[in-house]
Design a protein around this ligand. Sequence first.
Ligand SMILES: *[C@@H]1O[C@H](CO)[C@@H](O)[C@H](O)[C@H]1NC(C)=O
Ligand SMILES: *[C@@H]1O[C@H](CO)[C@@H](O)[C@H](O)[C@H]1NC(C)=O
Ligand SMILES: *[C@@H]1O[C@H](CO)[C@@H](O)[C@H](O)[C@H]1NC(C)=O
Ligand SMILES: *[C@@H]1O[C@H](CO)[C@@H](O)[C@H](O)[C@H]1NC(C)=O
Ligand SMILES: *[C@@H]1O[C@H](CO)[C@@H](O)[C@H](O)[C@H]1NC(C)=O
Ligand SMILES: *[C@@H]1O[C@H](CO)[C@@H](O)[C@H](O)[C@H]1NC(C)=O
Ligand SMILES: *[C@@H]1O[C@H](CO)[C@@H](O)[C@H](O)[C@H]1NC(C)=O
Ligand SMILES: *[C@@H]1O[C@H](CO)[C@@H](O)[C@H](O)[C@H]1NC(C)=O
Ligand SMILES: *[C@@H]1O[C@H](CO)[C@@H](O)[C@H](O)[C@H]1NC(C)=O
Ligand SMILES: *[C@@H]1O[C@H](CO)[C@@H](O)[C@H](O)[C@H]1NC(C)=O
Length: 817
Amino acid sequence: MEMDFHFYSACCFLIIFSKVSTAIDTLSPSELLTDGMTLVSRNGNFELGFFTPGSSENRYLGIWYKNIPMQTVVWVANRRNPINNSTGMLKIESSGKILIQVQNKTVVWSTNSTARVQNPILQLLDSGNLVAKDGKDSNPENYIWQSFDYPSDTMLPEMKIGIDLRTGFHRRLTAWKNWDDPSPSDLTYGIELKGNPQLVLRKGLEKYFRSGLWNGNGFSEAPNYRSNPIFDYDFIWNESEVYYIFFLKNKSVMSRLVLNQTQSERQRYAWSPETQTWKLFAFQPDGNCNKYGLCGPNGNCADEVPACQCLTGFRPKWFERWNSSDWSDGCIHSKPLNCQSGDGFIRIGKVKTPDSANSWVNKTINLKECRAKCLRNCSCMAFTNLFVTKGVSGCVMWFDDLLDIKHQSDGQDLYIRVSASEAAERKKKAKVKLAIILATVIVALLGFLLLVYHLRRSRRKLKDEVEDNNLNDGEDKDENEDMDVAVFEFGTIAQATDSFSFMNKLGQGGFGPVYKGTLANGQEIAVKRLSKSSGQGPKEFKNEVKLIAKLQHRNLVRLLGCCIHGDERMLVYEYMPNRSLDKFIFDETRCTVLTWSKRFRIICGVARGLLYLHQDSRLRIIHRDLKTSNVLLDSEMNPKISDFGMARTFGGDQIEANTNRVVGTYGYMAPEYAIDGLFSAKSDVFSFGILLLEITSGRKNRGFYHSNQSGNLIEHAWRLWKKGKLLDLADEFLVETGDLSKLLRCMHISLLCIQLYPEERPSMASVVLMLGSDNELPLPKELGSLFHKKPFEANSSSGNDESSSRNEISSSLLEAR
Ligand SMILES: *[C@@H]1O[C@H](CO)[C@@H](O)[C@H](O)[C@H]1NC(C)=O
Ligand SMILES: *[C@@H]1O[C@H](CO)[C@@H](O)[C@H](O)[C@H]1NC(C)=O
Ligand SMILES: *[C@@H]1O[C@H](CO)[C@@H](O)[C@H](O)[C@H]1NC(C)=O
Ligand SMILES: *[C@@H]1O[C@H](CO)[C@@H](O)[C@H](O)[C@H]1NC(C)=O
Ligand SMILES: *[C@@H]1O[C@H](CO)[C@@H](O)[C@H](O)[C@H]1NC(C)=O
Ligand SMILES: *[C@@H]1O[C@H](CO)[C@@H](O)[C@H](O)[C@H]1NC(C)=O
Ligand SMILES: *[C@@H]1O[C@H](CO)[C@@H](O)[C@H](O)[C@H]1NC(C)=O
Ligand SMILES: *[C@@H]1O[C@H](CO)[C@@H](O)[C@H](O)[C@H]1NC(C)=O
Ligand SMILES: *[C@@H]1O[C@H](CO)[C@@H](O)[C@H](O)[C@H]1NC(C)=O
Ligand SMILES: *[C@@H]1O[C@H](CO)[C@@H](O)[C@H](O)[C@H]1NC(C)=O
C-alpha cells in the first residue's frame, strides 16, 4: 500500500515535471492564451503572460525574465487599456493580427499590421522579442510584427532604438507612470533627428540629457563604455535608418536599459547572480555636467567648483546672477562680433559638442571647407568635424547660442566664432605661453623628470586656447598639443634593456627583434628595435607613431612611445608577462594552461581587437600579419594584438589595395594576398580563420603533417568537415574538458573565414556576432582546390623583416604537403 503510494506520487511528480519542462513558446490561431497561462521562450529566458504590477489590481499582458525571482517586466502590451479582472486572453488570428480580448468579445489591444502570411504563429524568442511570423517560412526572421518595434520602458540587447528613415517609424522608450501603472508617462528616450542625430532623454518637452555627437566609436556622453565587461554597442546612421543598439558580450549575463520615472533617469542594470538583485551599472544624467544645459547658453561645464565657466571669448550675461551660481542666463561674446569685417575662430579642446538641435550637417565636407562655410554665414557660431562611422569625416555647424557643452577628457575639438580682435589676442597669448614653455624647457633640461611633467601640464592648458590657423583636414592637429606618446632618450632605453643584451631578447618579431626592459621607475616595457631600412624621416616616423598610439583598445597592445637614435627607430610597448599565444597552444605541457573557456575568451578578444582596427578606430587598419605569435597575453591571459599598424608605418605604397611588396607570414596569408598581392580587411579575416583553427586544434597550419593524409591543416579540416567529423581535428585536451558545441562552432566559423573568395568570408563584425550568439551558421563552401594554385613568384622584397616573412616567402601554403 505504502509502496503504491510512493509509486503514485513519483508518477505524479514526473508528470508535473515533464509538463513544466515542455513549456511552449508559440501560439497558433487555433490556440488561446488565457489569464494564468504563459509562453516561455525556448531556453527559458523570458516568459509571456498576464501580470499585475505593484499594488495595482489590474491585469496586463507582459513579458518578464523567467529565471530570476524578482518579477521584472520588460514589455507591456495593453499598457493604456488595463483589464480589471482575469477574463483577458491573447490570440493570433489567421490573418496574422494579434489581439487581447476580455470576456471573449471586447478587444482591448490589437496589432494592425497589414502583412498577411499563410501560417501565422506567435512566438516568444529568447531575446525577449515577441514575434508574429509565418510558421513555415524558411527565413526565421521574416516577422510581420515584433514587440521590439513597440518598446515600453525597457531596452533589451539587440533591440533598436531609433528611426526608420524610409517610413519615419520611431522606436523610443517611454517610462511607466509609476511602479503600479505601466501606462506611458512623459519621460521618453529616443533619437532626435534635427541636425546630427543624437539620443535625447526628455521629460515632456524639456530635455534632461542628450548623448552628444557620435564620434565613430562612442558618444561623447559615455567615455569609457567600450571596455566594459558587459555590453558593446553601435550607432548606425545611413540612408535607410538611424538607431542605437547594444549587444551582450557574455550571453549569460542579463542586462537592460530602463527609464526610471521617479528619478527621471535612464538606468542600466545588470543582474548579479551572487546577490540575486539588479545592480545599477550606470545612469544618466549622472553628475552635474550631464544635466542638460546646466550652464546656460555658451557656458561650459566641468566637474569642478564652480561647475560653469563661460566659453573662451565669452562673459556672463549677468555677472551678479552668474556669481551667485545662477547660470541659466549663460554667456555672451565679450567682444561683439563683426561678421562683415571678418571674425575668427578659437579652438576649444576636449568637449562634448553642443546640442545639435540647431545644427547643420554635411557628411562630405572637410574641416577646411566647413570653416569657410561657417565664416560666410553670420549666424554660424561654431563648427567641427563629424566622424561618420567608418572613418569618413564630415562637417557640423551650429547656429545661434551653443547649448549643453561640457569639458570631457576624450571629447572633441570645437571651433567657436569670436571677433577678429579676440582671436588675434588669443593667438598672441598663446605665443607668449609658448615662449614661456620654451624657457621652461631650457631650464628644466637640468632635471629630466621635471621636464616631462611640465610639458604635459602646459600642453593641457594650451590646448583650450590656441587658435588653429592651419586647418587642413579632419585629422590635423597642431604640434604642441597631442604628444600623448612619449619620446624616450636612447640612453634610457639602452639602460632599461641592459644595452639590448641577449638575455633580454624576447624574440624576433616581424620588423625586428624585441627586447624586454625595465625603466628606472620599475615599469616593464618591451622595445621593438626596427630594422633600418624603413627610410622614414624622424618627423614622419613620429607622426606615424602618434597615430598608432591613438589606437586604444583593451585587446591591442598599448604603444607607450618611441625612440629615435640616428637612423635607428624603436617602438616602446607595454610588457606582456605571458608572452605570446603560440608559446602556449603549441607546447605540450603549457597547452593545458589555456582551458577551453580561456581560449574562447582569447578568440573573442582577438576578434574584437581586429574589429576595432577594421571598423571602429579612426584609422581603419588592416593588420596583415595576424598570427599566434602576434597575439600577446597579459597576466590574466587577456589577449592583446601586437604589431598592428606596422604595415601602414612601413609599407609606404602599401596603403593602396594592390601591392607588389607583400608583408605577412605564409600560412596565414589569404590566397588573394599571397598570390596576387591584393589585400583587404577580408585578408585579415582569413588570417583570423587560421588562428581560430590553430587555437582549436592546437596544431600549426604551417608544418602540419598527418601520418597518412597529405595536405595542410586547411585541407585536412575540410576533409573532416565533409565527413562530419570536424571535432576529430580539435585538440584532445579541449575535447575532453571543453564545451563541445562552442568548440565545434568556433571550428565552423574558422572554415567560413578561410573561404577562397574574400567576398564569401564574413566581416569581423559578423564574426564577433557569430561568436557571441547561438544563431545558425551558414555552411562553408568547398575549400579543396583553392590552395593548389601556384604560389606567386618571390619577387617580394618584404625588406624589413628577416624571420617572419622573407624566409617563408619562398615556401608556401603548399610546402607543408
Ligand atoms: C472584466 O473587465 C472588462 C474590462 O476591464 C469588462 O469589460 C468586463 O465586463 C469585466 N468582466 C467581468 C466578469 O467583470
Ligand atoms: C471593470 O471595468 C468595467 C468597465 O471597463 C466596469 O464596468 C466594471 O465595473 C469594472 N469592474 C471592477 C470590479 O472594477
Ligand atoms: C469564445 O467564443 C467562442 C465562439 O464565440 C467559443 O467557441 C469559445 O469556447 C469561447 N471561449 C471562451 C473561453 O469562452
Ligand atoms: C495602427 O494604425 C493606426 C492608424 O493607421 C496608427 O496610427 C497606429 O500607429 C497603428 N498602431 C500600431 C500598433 O501599429
Ligand atoms: C544601413 O545599415 C544597416 C545596418 O548596418 C544595413 O543593414 C542597411 O543595409 C544599411 N542601409 C543602407 C541604405 O546602407
Ligand atoms: C559569462 O557569465 C557567466 C555568469 O556571470 C560566467 O559564469 C561565465 O564565466 C561568463 N563567460 C565568459 C565567457 O566570460
Ligand atoms: C528608480 O531608481 C531608484 C534609484 O536608483 C530605485 O531605487 C528604484 O527602484 C527605481 N525604480 C524603478 C521602477 O526601477
Ligand atoms: C563676479 O565675479 C567676478 C570674478 O570673480 C568679479 O570680477 C566681478 O566683479 C563679480 N561681479 C559681481 C557683479 O559680483
Ligand atoms: C554637402 O556638401 C557637398 C559639397 O558642398 C554638396 O555637394 C552636397 O549636396 C551637400 N550635402 C548635403 C546633404 O547638404
Ligand atoms: C545660414 O545658415 C542658416 C541655416 O542653414 C540658413 O537658414 C541661412 O539662410 C544661412 N545664411 C546665409 C547668409 O547663408
